[in-house]
Write a protein that binds this ligand. Structure first.
Ligand code: FES
Length: 80
């Protein structure tokens, strides 16, 4: 399970994933789950609005790369 935790609201939601999802772009995967991720460049890596953990842009990593960096699977979104 991936946990998406909003730092503004304190709310969190868990989303299941499968091995076929690991190569999916993280921004795309989050949008498929219905998570609203800010973006004004639509994944071009320019706007930096899709940032999680106050550091990483979701459009520039896959779900699998995120889990390598953050094995506990908790995505922190500042504005949610
Ligand atoms: S969507 Fe703009 S940098 Fe990720």
């Amino acid at each position: 399970m991936i946990e998406v935790r909003g730092l503004a609201s304190g709310a969190s939601t868990h989303y299941p994933y499968g091995t076929m999802d690991l190569g999916t772009n993280l921004l795309t995967w989050l949008r498929r789950q219905g998570v609203t991720i800010a973006s004004s460049c639509d994944g071009e890596g320019v706007c930096k609005r899709c940032t999680i953990q106050n550091a990483w842009t979701t459009c520039e990593m896959t779900l699998g790369e995120f889990l390598e960096r953050c094995p506990e699977g908790t995505i922190l979104v500042g504005y949610l």
